[in-house]
Design a protein around this ligand. Structure first.
Ligand code: ATP
Length: 518
């Protein structure tokens, strides 16, 4: 645990020191759960978005893009259910004065105090029995595992019932009966559970009035902009079912607890795709998108750091839902949601607006409201995962024949903020710096580059390692003779010699998004 906390601290400190992420309004002591992306952060973030956009829109003939406004008619949020039901149950600890989400306290208890114990028993048995171990049989028959499994089922069924029926006392009873303590103070002195609506409301226009539509909301998800434009997009692009609409944009939630850096922010960015399908085929497409989206993540993260988590409690609009979870320094947590949203959203908008939101199926010769499968991933949670997965400390040979520690960000090269650093071997040799400038002026047309001549070459390499630059191109005295440069690979530390004229082709090949799609 301590190691994990250390890792978390190292990530936040590194992000600040190297211009990735700053606390918002830092000179005024910051605004909680708001963050600014610095010079390298914005580049990495843009690259993540480009990777998603290409994978979803460019690679699918039947997915098109959209950029809807953040502010929408207030009835949108009435129809979608957000005004009445976009709540989280909130509880305070009377001693520590810390606020928590009651559902998260219970879910964390199940994960850490029940599931973890089951997995421990299984791991012990696997070790004991070796190759002869039959895991399925062990899980089905071992006394202790069965005891924990039963406990899990009891907790989850009471939890789901309380959440579904809005029975807040039921949640409080569970917290007390399970002896859940405040993670900060250990105190079990809790307030009652209350509902809290997560939408930010504001007045629209110069004259605040009591009129129902003068109160607008900052959108809590980008999806509704897609639903209300469903027919506009379908008609103008002449798409046939199944087809999708993809959108990247800011979303806002007045989160109850926000203590996990950019994992949970009050202003964040989503990349959502709503896939419209014929009713009855939605669960097939739901499975399809689960698999596609997992593969997308596996191209940039190791498989063991990703897993599916099936929702125990379905949202009011869903008939199936799973998260893809990533192993953050504080454990496996949701990075993306894949939801089968039925015809709930289009159906409700149709009812409240009085406008038809139906698709005419020319094959079946009938009109209907399509069903929707959604994939929804947070840009900031992806960003956090990329940094957490790539930040490493390792021992490497130093110039004196010994070993030294280097801090390196092994970001997948296509996503790295700066792709190539151009470095003259020495600063005070005008012939080297002039040549290096020429190389830089050529490469800046190809990709994001940085020219750096300050400090000894070894220190510049370390600086680029810490930023995550995958390639350093060094201009030395041989360059002046034969127009070749060394290219140093961030991860292997290998150096190869290449003609300057070959650099563009080399970079284009290894830094293409096709590397990830392959
Ligand atoms: P959680 O259970 O963690 O609150 P959620 O289930 O409410 O998340 P969704 O409504 O499914 O999240 O939103 C889709 C995606 O948007 C999430 O998978 C996550 O990546 C991102 N997201 C949601 N809330 C936040 C937030 N407060 N800060 C950053 N990203 C967020």
């Amino acid at each position: 645990m301590k190691n994990k906390q250390d890792q978390f601290k190292k990530i936040t400190a590194h992000c600040k020191e190297y211009g990735y992420i700053f606390q918002s309004s830092e000179i005024y002591d910051g605004l909680s759960a708001s963050y600014d992306y610095g010079p390298y952060g914005v580049l990495l973030k843009n690259n993540i978005k480009e990777y998603w956009w290409k994978a979803m829109v460019q690679m699918h003939e039947n997915i098109v893009g959209l950029d809807a406004a953040i502010l929408m008619h207030p009835k949108v949020w009435k129809a979608s259910g957000h005004v009445d039901a976009f709540n989280d149950p909130m509880i305070d600890n009377k001693d520590s004065k810390k606020r928590y989400r009651a559902d998260t306290l219970i879910e964390d208890y199940v994960a850490n105090k029940v599931d973890a114990k089951i997995e421990k028993e299984v791991a012990k048995a696997r070790k004991r029995f070796g190759d002869a171990f039959d895991e399925a049989q062990f899980r089905a028959t071992n006394g202790r595992v069965l005891q924990y499994t039963k406990k899990r089922e009891d907790i989850i069924s009471r939890f789901v019932k309380s959440m579904e029926t809005n029975e807040l006392d039921g949640l409080k009873d569970l917290i007390e009966e399970l002896g859940i303590a405040c993670p900060e103070s250990g105190s079990k002195n809790w307030t009652d559970v209350r509902q809290f609506n997560l939408m930010f409301a504001m007045q629209f226009g110069a004259l605040a009035s009591d009129a129902e539509d003068s109160q607008v909301y900052l959108r809590p998800e980008t999806a509704q902009g897609i639903f209300v434009n469903f027919l506009n997009v379908q008609k103008t692009t002449r798409q046939k079912l199944p087809f999708g609409i993809a959108q990247i944009g800011k979303a806002f939630r007045n989160e109850i607890v926000a203590r996990q850096f950019i994992f949970r922010m009050r202003e964040f960015e989503q990349m959502e795709m709503q896939f419209f399908v014929k009713p009855g085929t939605e669960l097939k497409w739901y499975e399809y998108w689960k698999e596609q989206r997992l593969k997308w993540h596996q191209a940039i993260f190791p498989a063991h750091k990703l897993k599916f988590h099936k929702h125990e409690k379905l949202a009011h609009y869903a008939n199936a839902a799973s998260d893809i979870e990533f192993e953050y320094p504080f454990g496996f947590k949701e990075i993306e949601g894949i939801h089968s949203r039925t015809d709930f959203d289009l159906g409700e908008h149709q009812k409240l607006s009085g406008r038809k939101l139906q698709y005419f199926d020319s094959e079946a010769q009938e009109s209907y409201v399509p069903f929707v499968v959604e994939t929804s991933v947070g840009v900031d949670r992806l960003f956090f995962a990329v940094v957490a997965n790539s930040l490493q400390e390792e021992q490497v040979p130093d110039a004196k024949g010994g070993m030294a520690t280097r801090v390196v960000m092994k970001i997948p090269p296509v996503l790295a903020p700066i792709k190539v650093a151009v470095l003259p071997l020495l600063k005070n040799k005008p012939e080297l710096t002039a040549k290096a400038r020429k190389v830089f002026d050529k490469l800046k047309f190809v990709t994001d580059c940085q020219y750096d001549e300050k400090d000894a070459i070894g220190r510049r390499y370390r600086r680029q390692d810490a930023i995550g630059t995958p390639y350093c191109v060094t201009i030395d005295f041989d360059t002046l003779e034969d127009d070749t440069v060394t290219v140093r690979d961030r991860d292997t530390l290998e150096q190869i010699r290449l003609p300057i004229d070959a650099l563009e082709g080399y970079i284009n090949k290894i830094l293409s998004f096709n590397q990830l799609f392959a």
